[in-house]
Design a protein around this ligand. Structure first.
Ligand code: B12
Ligand code: SF4
Length: 513
């Protein structure tokens, strides 16, 4: 039992983090740029500082689809290059200079995106911005780009390139997310540096969510994202074509439409591969769906529990089962060999200083294999931001610190410093030997692999740094992932033969994100 005051007994010691994971590579103001190459587009995922409390592995688990999705809609006569600054290969290339630089902008790396844009524009490139921050704060972004893409890049990118070629570039392009999702091409994953990611197969089957939580980015003004689905067979084909044993679905909530998830599982099952996805806990309303997920290769789910307080959840307008029923639902997932990575938001208005110890205790009691924590963060242009602003509780607008690892508002029942201390404490507690051991699976046969994965994922940031630096993430992890896949295929065969699955081995790769 964890004492309620434990997070505040002593200061939490800072964890090791190398400089290149906190500071973006320098952009030399005097570097002579090469000549501009016509029809060469460089796409950049800008650097963001990493949180020493969490696993570095999270950043190379699977790539964002922001750039590869619209890259697939590039006209054939354009050469496209992809640069992810978070892979620690230094600054993006500039010899030759690209004719166009496309940058994805989120609030946490907006400052870096602006630096990059200013640098390339000063040397003759045309810079296009897209992404969430462009949608929520267009006026802040506009001075740094030649054009802004507000909304779906798959529709806008070819239009922008065409206008550029005909010297008729507009300052703003707007697209909604209302077209048929099945018409989108598959993301251009061949652009990615394959050895740098645990898996390059980030899949997306749906956009939107049946919920509208006030703190979620989906509640951003101007973002209309009706629930859209790709055809299940399209998704299965993409999975197959990328030749990886493991995929991560980056959908906001793969379980929003249960009938769809049933069909998706039917399409994925024959592949004999493994995958993880974010879903809401109400997927467990339908035990046959959990069984179908297991049979289709689901080894882990990322669940936004957000809070263990019904009042916090009601305040946020999250439609979810009662928290008193969460434990039973977690057990159901475990019974089907599905690991649970719980996501928790800390600092809601009903949270007092005991929230950290109580949350850690619940996670350990229910043996969640992994947990991710976020300090409540009011994203600009959301109802939560407006509410906090009206109440005078926003502390500053330094977006770099809006990374869910910092308190950027005045909490109700603690100081911002206490909220940050509790956040650091809960990560350290969950990554401790005692906590990893307490959460071991009940099936003893599954314990060795669980321990191996837990220690590698949670306690090996120095190792992760080396792997990232030397492009060894995929080569080192692939055998472990393949072993997990083989065990899962064996498990699923037995599950298919039984009417109900009990005591399934939890031998799987964590959802991680
Ligand atoms: C994959 C992912 C990650 C990966 C990779 C992140 C990266 N930047 O490399 C990992 C796991 C590392 C990660 C980490 C974090 N993430 Co993240 N992540 C995602 C996730 C699940 C998918 C992103 C994606 O691929 N979307 C699909 C693409 C196709 O959609 P899109 O990005 O909107 O792009 C479309 C348009 O916006 C447009 N577009 C985008 N860029 C551009 C550029 C141009 C030039 C053009 C023309 C168009 C265009 O075209 C695209 C196609 O329509 C999203 C949630 C989600 N489902 O979107 C969260 C999300 C982006 N993450 C979020 C957060 C908060 C984080 C963290 C800060 C969390 C944490 N505490 O650790 C960290 C740190 C990263 C950071 N500082 O930004 C938030 C951002 C909230 C906000 N308002 O900014 C999101 C929305 C999750 C959420 N529900 O809150 N993340
Ligand atoms: S359930 Fe998750 S994805 Fe859906 S609106 Fe709420 S926080 Fe956003």
């Amino acid at each position: 039992m964890i004492a309620l005051g434990e997070p505040f007994l002593r200061p939490v010691s800072g964890r090791w983090i190398p400089r290149e994971m906190t500071t973006a590579p320098a952009l030399d103001a005097n570097a002579p740029a090469g000549p501009v190459e016509p029809h060469y587009a460089l796409l950049i995922n800008p650097f963001y500082p990493k949180d020493a409390n969490a696993s570095f592995g999270k950043h190379v688990l699977t790539p964002t689809l922001a750039l590869t999705s619209f890259a697939a809609a590039t006209p054939k006569h354009w050469r496209v290059e992809y640069w992810d600054e978070n892979l620690l290969d230094g600054r993006p290339p500039f010899r030759p200079m690209p004719q166009v630089v496309g940058i994805t902008v989120h609030l946490t790396f907006a400052k870096r995106a602006f630096e990059l844009a200013d640098w390339y524009r000063a040397r003759g490139s045309t810079v296009i911005f897209g992404g969430l921050h462009v949608l929520s704060c267009p006026d802040e972004c506009a001075p740094h780009a030649d054009a802004l893409a507000l909304g779906d890049g798959v529709q806008l990118w070819p239009r922008i390139l065409l206008d550029l070629e005909t010297n008729s570039l507009q300052p703003r392009y707007v697209a909604t997310y209302e077209n048929d999702y099945c018409d989108d091409p598959a993301p251009r994953r061949s652009l990615l540096r394959r050895p740098s990611f645990l898996t390059t197969t980030s899949l997306i089957a749906t956009r939107g969510c049946h919920n509208r939580c006030g703190f979620c980015y989906l509640a951003t003004d101007g973002l209309r994202m009706p629930y859209r689905m790709r055809h299940p067979q399209q998704v299965a084909d993409e999975f197959k074509a990328d030749h990886q044993p493991y995929a991560v679905f980056i959908d906001n909530n793969l379980g929003s439409r249960r009938d769809y998830l049933h069909s998706l599982c039917a399409a994925l099952r024959p592949l004999n591969k493994i995958w993880s996805a974010a879903v809401t806990i109400d997927v467990t309303d339908d035990p046959s769906l959990i069984r179908d997920m297991a049979l289709a290769g689901c080894t882990g789910v990322f669940i936004g529990f957000e809070s263990l307080s019904d009042d916090n959840l009601a305040d946020s307008h999250k439609k979810t089962p009662k928290t008193s029923d969460y434990a039973r639902r977690v057990r159901m997932l475990h019974d089907y060999g599905i690991q649970v990575n719980g996501s928790f938001v800390l600092g809601f208005d009903r949270d007092r200083k005991d929230v950290f110890a109580r949350t850690a205790e619940w996670i350990e009691e229910n043996r969640l294999e992994c947990a991710t924590f976020h300090i409540l963060t009011p994203y600009p242009a959301t109802p939560l931001f407006r509410q906090m602003e009206e109440q005078g509780r926003i502390l500053h607008r330094d977006w770099t610190l809006y990374d869910t690892g910092h308190a950027v508002f005045q909490p109700k029942h603690m100081t911002p410093h206490e909220l940050e201390q509790g956040y650091a404490w809960i990560y350290q507690r969950l990554f401790s030997h005692a906590s990893i051991w307490r959460r071991r699976p009940e099936d003893w046969q599954a314990i060795p692999l669980y321990l191996a994965m837990s220690y590698l994922y949670k306690r090996s940031n120095r190792f992760w740094h080396l792997l990232i630096r030397h492009h060894l993430v995929n080569p080192v992890w692939k055998p472990l992932v393949e072993m997990t896949r083989l065990r899962h295929v064996h498990y699923r065969r037995r599950l298919a033969q039984r009417e109900s699955a009990i005591g399934a081995p939890g031998q799987v790769v964590s959802a991680g994100v």
